[in-house]
Design a protein around this ligand. Structure first.
Ligand code: MN
Length: 231
């Protein structure tokens, strides 16, 4: 096989306690999965059906990175989320078997250009410009489920420059992980390497140049991101 130019490297996430990386395939993100967050952005709470958007795997950045303030926004927001890493392929997965498809878990930051999202939402247009941009998918090292189990509750907390901005509990998800995997796998053949960002609790807000974001999820791990000057 000859390529016109060198193919880009496969983005991959470190795995705690292993010297092997988890290669990324797709990044699915769940919207409005905590009631208090849906309400803080002025949305109706829908308990019936989850909805999704996606981010390109090439927009992944590891925890600890320093990223430039993104272009095209004046309201760049943090969203701390539990991330599920799929390790076993499946289609139309029954909820009772869903967790057998999970390799592990991580902390994630679904970085968002909130002003663009608000405009797009008003016009009933897709959210890509608001959600799927460079460096917008921050993921910590993966904690294998074999080591930590399957966290269904536990503290999820984010600080900016040491001040707590988001503090909630995984147990408050409207659609918990098994139901998300069952639902999403009705529409996609899930594959090893797929990630699912499971939605953020309330307390989302802006960050500016020079800010340092630190997040933690009890029993899962920690994540960090630093915001640098615009490029
Ligand atoms: Mn989110």
């Amino acid at each position: 096989m000859k390529y016109l130019f060198p193919p880009p490297p496969v983005p991959s996430v470190p795995v705690l306690g292993r010297d092997e990386q988890f290669p990324l395939r797709r990044i699915f993100c769940v919207g409005r999965n905590y009631e208090a967050h849906a309400r803080e952005l002025g949305n109706e709470v829908n308990r019936e059906t989850p909805f999704y958007f996606t981010k390109a795997a090439t927009h992944y950045v590891p925890s600890g990175a320093t990223v430039p303030y993104p272009p095209g926004t004046a309201n760049y927001h943090h969203e701390l989320e539990l991330v599920v890493a799929i390790g076993k392929a499946g289609f139309q997965i029954p909820e009772a078997q869903a967790l057998a498809h999970v390799f592990g878990y991580a902390c994630g930051l679904d970085m968002t250009r909130r002003d663009l999202q608000a405009t797009l939402r008003e016009k009933k247009l897709p959210w890509d410009l608001a959600k799927d941009f460079e460096n917008a998918a921050v993921v910590s090292a993966l904690a294998p489920a074999a080591a930590i189990g399957h966290p269904a509750r536990g503290k999820i907390e984010l600080k900016v420059n040491g001040d707590i901005r988001q503090s909630s509990d995984l147990g408050l998800m409207i659609h918990p992980v098994p139901g998300l995997i069952a639902h999403l796998s009705r529409f996609y053949h899930l594959q090893p390497g797929d990630l699912i960002f499971t939605g953020t609790p309330e307390g989302v807000g802006p960050v500016i140049v020079g800010d340092r974001i630190e997040g933690m999820i009890e029993g899962v791990g920690e994540i960090e991101l630093n915001i640098n000057a615009e490029e």
